[in-house]
Design a protein around this ligand. Structure first.
Ligand code: NDP
Length: 255
């Protein structure tokens, strides 16, 4: 959480929107204290909060007014205090759909991973009308459980699809994603678009290899900005300037 880019991104958007009295700040909270802290925030002048791991499940549990989307995914990342209760939404899922370069309806997808972000991705793709969603995970049982609950079909191999979505943490430890995922660079042209939830200071190897093959790419920072923008709208009822948000997180831009 200490490395979060959200304060820079959200505060830049607040300034650009002319919301001078608003401020977005980091608030480290130990998991057992989340309920108590959230109960105190409205009285302290907070309009809402983003929550990140490990709080996303508990945030949903304490909401009095969760969206159907957050309830289905089983996780919330956005809380809004409306004077009566706690509204909760999951903006990670619509951020994925908004980031794709073509409509999802009728498209096929391969999702890698079965953790929290994969749950959001599978739900979002199914909700947007994807024709077929296959889910691969290092631990196959988790892919099966996810599909039983949210839709999609588990697969032991990487199949061709319109959209490939990497929702695994593979590569974060410095290993090549091609060593741990069922992918090889020369077969990335079997996808029209490759999305990588992982983000860092540089373009991921997965996206660089896809882009080298003229495949459209969506990086984790795009998703971060889009989910942040949707949360911003929930907090302020104003659509933020996406370029301002992207610039504020100091992201790379591949040439
Ligand atoms: P979870 O911990 O819930 O899930 C992790 C997933 O990664 C599991 O499917 C796990 O498989 C898999 N995994 C972990 N290490 C490896 C490995 N070495 N090889 C293969 N698979 C591996 O994490 P999240 O779903 O919350 O996040 C996943 C990634 O997405 C993280 O990098 C996170 O930072 C990023 N993220 C980005 C967002 C954005 O806005 N850009 C938003 C949310 C997340 P298994 O089940 O076998 O353990």
């Amino acid at each position: 959480m200490g490395h979060s880019r959200s304060p820079a991104m959200q505060n830049a958007a607040l300034a650009a929107a002319g919301l001078a009295g608003w401020r977005y700040q980091l608030l480290p909270v130990a998991p057992p204290l989340l309920r108590e802290v959230v109960a105190a925030l409205p009285g302290a002048g907070f309009a809402g909060a983003n929550v990140t791991l490990p709080h996303k499940l508990e945030a949903l549990a304490l909401a009095t007014d969760p969206t159907a989307r957050a309830a289905a995914i089983g996780a919330a990342n956005t809380l809004v205090f409306d004077g009566e209760g706690v509204y909760a939404d999951n903006t990670d899922a619509p951020a994925l759909i908004a980031s794709l370069p073509f409509p999802v309806a009728g498209a096929t997808a391969l999702v890698l991973g079965a953790g929290g972000s994969a749950r959001g991705a599978v739900w979002a793709l199914a909700d947007a009308g994807a024709a077929d969603i296959l889910v691969w995970n290092r631990t196959p049982d988790r892919a099966r459980e996810l599909c039983d609950e949210l839709g999609g079909r588990p697969t032991p191999v990487a199949t061709p699809a319109d959209v490939l979505v990497n929702c695994t943490a593979a590569g974060l430890d410095g290993a090549s994603p091609f060593d741990v995922l069922p992918l090889t660079p020369d077969r990335l042209d079997r996808y029209r678009c490759v999305v990588d939830f992982v983000y860092g200071p540089h373009e991921s190897l997965l996206l660089a290899q896809a882009r080298a093959r003229n495949v459209d790419t969506v990086d984790g920072l795009d998703l971060l900005v889009k989910q942040g923008a949707l949360s911003f709208e929930r907090f302020t009822s104003i659509a933020p300037d996406l370029d301002v948000m992207r610039a504020a997180i100091g992201s790379y831009r591949p040439s």
